[in-house]
Design a protein around this ligand. Structure first.
Ligand code: GDP
Ligand code: MG
Length: 177
């Protein structure tokens, strides 16, 4: 659409996916509100959060969708994915099982949305280095093999959180603009 200033408006739907408790809601809370919940329950999840970002001097709106905990029951519906142009696929570097689930999430993403959805693989909880179960090199290799962006983040200490979201939005913008 054309806004009053005459510049193009962009609205990108981005979905957060990955196993329960990997930190999806906290990554969004850190990015959108600079907040962190040490003992968060699935109830902190909002349906979506709209963030204005500046890319190449253009205002871009990212509509970021979070689950309300339904991933625990493998019950993320097709409506959640519909129209998504970006995805953050999150695992927890301190829990190997969440990394083992990445393939299943990718299948689900590609079943319900465009094959070209811009995706970043996110190894969250990088602050938990003492109990790490997934080496950085493994995350990086999987991302390369699957054609995904890759970053390790910490919603707790904020590292790479903004960068992860911007990486996805910047790429979508460069494809669609
Ligand atoms: P979700 O189920 O994927 O949305 O995960 P949540 O955001 O609800 O987080 C699950 C738990 O992990 C909560 O107790 C968070 O406080 C914790 N958590 C989330 N991100 C991090 C992080 O980067 N580092 C650490 N140490 N804990 C985190
Ligand atoms: Mg959540």
């Amino acid at each position: 659409s054309q806004s009053e200033s005459g510049s193009q408006d962009y609205l990108f739907k981005i979905v957060m996916i990955g196993d329960s408790s990997v930190g999806k809601s906290n990554l969004l809370a850190r990015f959108a509100r600079n907040e962190f919940y040490p003992n968060s329950k699935s109830t902190i999840g909002v349906e979506f959060q709209t963030q204005k970002l500046l890319i190449d001097g253009k205002e871009v709106k990212a509509q970021i969708w979070d689950t309300a905990g339904q991933e625990r029951f493998r019950a993320v519906t097709s409506a959640y994915y519909r129209g998504a142009v970006g995805a953050l696929l999150v695992y927890d570097i301190s829990r190997r099982t969440t990394f083992d689930s990445v393939g299943r999430w990718l299948n689900e993403l590609h079943t319900h949305s465009d094959m070209n959805v811009v995706t970043i693989l996110v190894g969250n909880k990088s602050d938990l280095k003492d109990i790490r179960e997934v080496p950085t090199s493994e995350g990086k290799s999987l991302a390369e093999a699957q054609g995904l962006f890759f970053m390790e983040t910490s919603a707790l200490d904020s590292s790479n959180v903004t960068e992860a979201f911007y990486t996805v939005v910047r790429e979508i913008y460069s494809i669609l603009s």
